[in-house]
Each structure stands twice: as C-alpha cells, then as structure tokens.
Write a protein that binds this ligand. Structure first.
Ligand code: SF4
Ligand code: SF4
Length: 506
C-alpha cells in the first residue's frame, strides 16, 4: 500500500479521478504516462488505483486512455461555506504552515478580475464606407516594428534619404513571447523557432540564452538580456534579429526569476553558461540600471555592440504608472517597448505576486498609447503587448487600442499541447513542454508542434483580415490606434475614459 500524506498536511485534492471499471482493461497506459504518479496497478486487488491528491488535471491520461475509461472532475468535497474563509484560502494556509515557504504557481493570474477584451465590441461597416472582401481584395497584415522618422528627407537631387532605423518585419502581427530554454524544453523551443521561421515572425529566447542548435533560426529570433545575463555574449547578441532588455514580466512584476537546479541539465547549463545543477537566480533589478539614464546606457551599449544594426526592445510589466515608464523608455533610445499584462504566463511565480500585482494589459496599453501620442513621440517607438491574448478578436482590439503587434505565450503553449494544469514549476510536464526530463521532452514532436503553431497563427491572421475587411479597413496600419472602431459594454465612465472609447450605442 502506498503512503498518503500526513493528516495535518492533508489538503483535499482539487480534482477527482473517475475510472469506469467496466471500461478499464488495466493496460497501465495511465500509469506510464503520468509523471505525477497518480495511477498504479495494485496486484493484490487486481485493479488500477489512483491517488488524486497528486493529480494536477493535465489530461494526459484522459487523452491517452485507449478505452476512454477516465474522467477528471472537480472535487466537490467542501468545507463549511464562508465567503471569507473559502476552500482555496484554507488549503493555502494548510500548505504554507506545512512547508514554511512561499506558495508557488505557474501560468497567469487566474483570479476573477475584469477581462476588458470581453467588454469591448468591434465595429463593422454598413451601407457607407463599404466593407472589403478579404478573399478578393488585398489586405495588409504585415507590420514593421521600430522607430519611424518624423519626416521623409531628400537629398539635393530629390532622392529619398534612407533615414530609417533598423526594423523588425513581421508577416503577421503576432510574435511568440519570451520563454527560456530551461523553463520550457528543447523540443518546445525548436517548435517555436521553426514556426516563427515559417510564419515570417519571431520567437524569443527568454532569459535562458540560445542553444547552439538554434543559431540557425537567428533571423527569426529575439535574444533577451535579463538581469541574470544568462548566456549573454557577443555571438548571442549578434545571432538575433533584435535584442530585448527584460526589465519586468507581467506574471511577477518587481521580482526576479528562479530556475531550480534540477532543471539545469548539461545542455541548459551550457546554454546559460552556469554550472550544471546550480539554481539560476535572476536578481529583481538589473544591477546597472537605477534610472532611465542607466537604461539608455544599456540600450546604446547593446546597439554599439551590434553596430546599430538591430532594434533594441525594452520589456516591462504593466504596473500602475506604466505610461510614465513607457515615455521614459521611448526617450531612452529603445526602438520597441513591450508591455506585459498581469495575466501573462510564467514557468514559476510566487502565487501572491502573480495574483495581486500589476494591472490588466488593456488599461495599460490604452494609457501608454495615449501618453506617447500626447507627448508627440508615438512614432518614435513601436508598442507590443502580451499577457493573455487568447484569439484574433483580442488582437484586433489590441491593435485598435494602439498596439503595433502582440506577443502570445500561453496560447502558443496550448497549441503545442499544454492543457493548462498550471503546474509548470513542478518540472514534470506530461506534455513535454515545461520540463527537462528526457522521457517527457520526447513526447513533444517539434515538427508537429511547429505545424500546429503555424496553423493557429495562420487561422488567426485570416480571421484578422476578415474582421478588418468587415470594418472597411485594409491594413493593420490603418487599424492601429483607431479607437473609433471599439465600443465598451458594461464599463464605468472611468474605465471608458482610460480605454479612450465610447459606450456601445453612442
Ligand atoms: S489507461 Fe485507461 S484502460 Fe488503461 S489502465 Fe488507465 S484507465 Fe484503465
Ligand atoms: S506547460 Fe505543461 S506543466 Fe505547464 S500548464 Fe501546460 S501542461 Fe501543465
């Protein structure tokens, strides 16, 4: 008989494993597939047994059971109801008093804050300003990210002078957001790199450096420079199409990162340039940045190091004064700013910070775009947003609010097979994504993964064309910041004011 947890530390499981005994043929597939060791065969009883306290609801066993004998359902076991001392609050107290440590979580903030994407409606043409049929007429979803000149300059012969700063050319207004090798697997990285190349867009190394096998995808790679400076050296900077300085991340604004030593395998350690098995801890601040002037220094150091051929991106988390911060970044010489909202995913974050710090990306985006316009510097910098972009309608709304393009992370992982068990920090991802265990990594086929990513973004791009056509708009450029195309529903005056949109019916 296996041991169960001590009664004092017992927390009712979130889920219940329901096994249909008429269908189960005891093939033990679920046992072999579950890295969390939920299922096992008890030879004395002659049947399969489950310990649901270990179940994270990743759906691997449900998906692979050959007889469809398994179902994971929400555990209805309950405490005495209280609006204040709810089940999850009590469970967390029990956990913390058992371990004495901070609670850790993965993926984005799951709390019930308003989702403003769902409170904005898109316009469509009727009668006047007719709509455009995207199947018959050209629609432009290509985007160039980087500083744009204030005016076209000509030489004495009237020829246009090329005074354009380096740009990133995206064939679709979507990029794959930063996810480090270490947090995600080799095969997940390979899938993202291959898909970015195929789609004519970019994926992002995150703070983990660039594996030597992926230098070939350099023209479709954004290399990140984070506070830990893992894997940063000359060849790395030169390999990417752009360099991203990561100041903050939506899932955990204000704090650094921590990759536990067990995830630092030989390959990860070589890529990060740190000893194998050692914890990779990135400090909360960059120790050389305490002001916009310091940031400017790093922006120009990186430009200098790469002969001013690559755009420099600065990524910050969406926090209370994000508009002022963005203005400083634009003046600090960056070419692109990334704002990451509080629903942005992560491999691991302290639960309290993930769920309580930061602001929704929709409000942050609207206020940043407005501030840059008010200051007359909107064209000096491109604006990319991320943090829970779920579908093509979210992208259209983001662009109408002022974004040039979006980053997707969680949606990309779901395309790769992630079932949102939100347990990446455990390192035992049954889908081969957020893990370094060789037996699990091989479950993700990078060719299939890349194809699924290409399918997803291609489908979204077609939907974006269709929605734009419905509005009578034929390019992302004409949609960008066109807030007249949005109306709010169920929002307060203040929310409408920040979003810069009218209420539906107005
Ligand atoms: S995979 Fe399905 S049939 Fe096989 S042991 Fe598990 S529950 Fe039974
Ligand atoms: S990446 Fe894996 S561990 Fe993380 S949420 Fe998705 S399925 Fe779970």
């Amino acid at each position: 008989m296996r041991e169960f947890v001590s009664p004092q530390n017992f927390v009712p499981s979130d889920f219940e494993v329901v096994r249909n005994s008429d269908r189960c043929i005891a093939c033990r597939v679920c046992e072999r597939q579950c890295a969390n060791e939920v299922h096992w065969y008890d030879s004395d009883l002659g049947k399969m047994i489950s310990d649901e306290t270990k179940c994270v609801n990743c759906h691997r066993c449900v998906s692979l059971c050959p007889t469809r004998a398994l179902k994971i359902v929400k555990n209805n076991d309950t405490y005495r109801p209280s609006a204040n001392w709810t089940g999850p609050v009590i469970d967390q107290l029990i956990r913390q008093s058992g371990t004495g440590g901070a609670l850790l979580s993965s993926m984005g903030n799951p709390e019930k804050y308003p989702i403003y994407w769902d409170k904005m409606l898109i316009n469509a043409s009727q009668v006047t300003n007719p709509s455009i049929d995207p199947l018959r007429e050209p629609m432009e979803t290509r985007v160039f990210l980087g500083k744009k000149p204030d005016a076209i300059e000509r030489d004495e012969n009237g020829k246009v002078i090329n005074n354009l700063d380096p740009q990133l050319k995206l064939d679709v207004p979507v990029m794959f957001s930063a996810m480090s090798y270490g947090a995600i697997s080799y095969n997940a990285h390979k899938s993202l790199a291959m898909a970015a190349k195929e789609l004519g867009t970019y994926y992002n190394t995150g703070e983990g450096g660039l594996h030597k096998d992926f230098y070939q995808y350099g023209p479709n790679t954004i290399v990140q420079v984070a506070s830990g400076r893992f894997g940063v050296y000359k060849d790395y900077l030169e390999a990417g199409a752009a360099i991203e300085i990561k100041i903050g991340q939506g899932a955990k604004p204000g704090i650094g990162g921590h990759l536990p030593g067990q995830k630092v395998t030989v390959d990860v350690s070589q890529t990060r340039m740190i000893p194998m098995g050692s914890d990779a801890i990135s400090p909360a601040p960059h120790h050389d940045i305490y002001s916009i002037e310091d940031l400017r220094q790093l922006v120009f150091t990186l430009k200098e190091a790469t002969a001013y051929k690559k755009p420099v991106i600065v990524k910050v988390a969406a926090v209370h004064n994000v508009a002022a911060i963005a203005s400083g970044i634009a003046r600090g010489g960056a070419d692109i700013i990334v704002i990451d909202g509080f629903r942005g995913g992560t491999g691991a974050a302290p639960t309290r910070i993930r769920d309580s710090v930061g602001i929704p990306i929709e409000l942050a985006l609207a206020s940043v775009d407005q501030r840059l316009r008010d200051e007359g510097i909107r064209n000096h910098i491109s604006l990319v947003v991320g943090g829970s972009i779920r579908n093509s309608a979210d992208i259209v709304k983001a662009i109408a609010l002022g974004a040039d393009a979006v980053y997707i992370g969680t949606a990309a992982l779901i395309a790769l097979g992630c079932h949102q068990c939100r347990n990446c920090h455990g390192g035992k991802c049954n889908w081969g994504i957020a893990t370094q265990r060789a037996d699990l990594v091989k479950r993700l086929n990078p060719e299939i993964g890349a194809q699924r990513l290409v399918n997803l973004v291609t489908a979204w791009n077609n939907e974006i064309k269709e929605i734009m056509g419905g509005m009578g708009i034929n390019s992302i450029e004409s949609l960008r910041g066109n807030r007249l195309m949005l109306r709010g529903i169920g929002l307060t005056e203040k929310e409408l004011e920040i979003l810069g949109i009218k209420h539906a019916g107005e």
